[in-house]
Design a protein around this ligand. Structure first.
Ligand SMILES: [Zn+2]
Ligand SMILES: [Zn+2]
Length: 61
């Protein structure tokens, strides 16, 4: 089985800068759009954070 890297954004494959494993992460304060979360492959949902640039890109349309 493929190992899921929780430091890699599941949408763009870049580092997501997630610090959840250290206790606190920016992704816990930010509201990730539902439409964006739905794009995350099923096996990576709730395992790897979406990176900030994907969220920004989505918010800009
Ligand atoms: Zn991304
Ligand atoms: Zn995170």
């Amino acid at each position: 089985m493929e190992k899921i890297d929780d430091k890699i954004c599941p949408l763009c494959g870049q580092a997501n800068d997630c610090k959840a494993h250290q206790g606190n992460c920016w992704c816990m304060d930010i509201k990730v759009p539902k439409e964006l979360l739905e794009k995350v492959p099923e096996d990576k949902k709730n395992k790897a954070c979406i990176c900030k640039s994907c969220i920004d890109a989505y918010n800009k349309g």
